[in-house]
Write a new protein. Structure first.
Length: 144
């Protein structure tokens, strides 16, 4: 499963989840991808807000980071990330693993979800090729 950042001709940004680049291209060509805000099928990919990669031409040496106030800055960044995730995902609670599978196998509507799962559930999902992120807590009240 891959996630593309998309926009319509009216500049409404949204994300789409697809099995592959070819699957996205096919759906786009057939007019099956539409804007969830206005329904436009004039859709194009846009650069992702977050894209982290290590290029082959990058030097092979360790990188260091020094921050003046690491606890405050890192915690604030983590809280912003959590807020963005929480506001853009449906909470499916303890049924996360089951719902993630349903979405992956196109048995449920494609959407971003969050919820609770065991370490074994996460490992099993990854073994099935289902991309998931594991956060220690999505509850801001539990952050130290």
């Amino acid at each position: 499963m891959i996630i593309f950042d998309l926009t319509c001709s009216n500049d409404h940004r949204f994300e789409g989840w697809f099995q592959s680049q070819e699957n996205f291209d096919h759906q786009l060509k057939d007019g099956l991808v539409s804007c969830p805000v206005c329904g436009s099928i004039d859709i194009r990919r846009v650069p992702s807000a977050v894209h982290l990669s290590k290029t082959a031409s990058a030097p092979h040496h360790a990188q260091g980071i020094q921050m003046m106030n690491p606890h405050g800055e890192v915690l604030a960044a983590y809280e912003r990330l959590l807020s963005a995730i929480i506001s853009s995902c449906e909470d499916v609670g303890k049924g996360f693993a089951d719902e993630a599978r349903k979405i992956h196998y196109l048995e449920a509507p494609q959407r971003s979800i969050r919820g609770e799962a065991t370490a074994e559930d996460f490992e099993s999902l990854r073994e099935e090729g289902i991309e998931v992120l594991c956060f220690p807590s999505a509850n801001k009240d539990e952050l130290n």
